[in-house]
Design a protein around this ligand. Structure first.
Ligand SMILES: [Fe+2]
Length: 203
């Protein structure tokens, strides 16, 4: 019995190291279907191909760096300030942002928890006010980037990141959800109409 547990612990530890060393595409449950009335299957599939390239790039560039055995969060924060690390930062941060984006959208209707609803009311006034503010921030982003709901300095906030920039560059920032506003995320479904994308996700 004891040896079985030891083997299990060792396997778990090894899996954890492997996971940290090699970035992988997350499981996207709607990859083969798309999301009805929001993103087509083709759009999701083309987008995932771009994400896969970032994963491959990050895995190539991480070799023989100090971040081989760190979490992706640490790797992003620590590689965000040096010019030599920029190619790795771009790839790792894009991988992080996209993994977050895939988790932020769903084809299953969901409602916020009681706690999240309360927190939104405290920091934005109402859920409707949060939707309006999120939409305004996303619309105002006139370069490629992401709009985020984050927990930062003891409050929920909406922030924009530019290009492959990361909300983790803000100290003690905990991302909650994000919207990809690169043209590649909506062009095949909505052409250049970014606002349709924004309004649909907030329904
Ligand atoms: Fe994207």
């Amino acid at each position: 019995m004891f040896s079985r547990i030891v083997v299990r612990v060792q396997r778990t530890a090894f899996a954890d190291i492997q996971k940290r060393f090699k970035y992988t595409l997350p499981d996207v449950p709607y990859a083969t279907t798309g999301i009805s009335n929001f993103l087509s299957q083709n759009s999701v599939s083309e987008h995932l191909k771009l994400h896969k390239l970032d994963v491959e790039r990050a895995n190539n560039l991480i070799q023989r760096t100090p971040w081989e055995n760190t979490t992706i969060n640490q790797a992003i924060v620590q590689s965000s300030t040096s010019r030599e690390d920029a190619p790795f930062f771009e790839a790792a941060s894009s991988h992080f942002n996209h993994s977050f984006f895939w988790r932020s959208i769903t084809d299953v209707k969901q409602t916020p928890s009681v706690y999240m609803k309360k927190a939104v009311e405290i920091d934005f006034g109402s859920f409707k006010d949060f939707q309006i503010k999120f939409s305004q921030n996303a619309s105002a982003l006139n370069v490629p980037g992401f709009t985020w709901l984050v927990f930062h300095d003891k409050a929920l906030k909406i922030v924009n990141t530019f290009g492959n920039g990361s909300p983790l560059e803000l100290r003690n920032c905990h991302p909650i959800l994000c919207l990809d506003l690169f043209e590649h995320s909506y062009i095949s479904d909505y052409q250049s109409n970014k606002n349709v994308n924004i309004n649909i996700i907030l329904l």
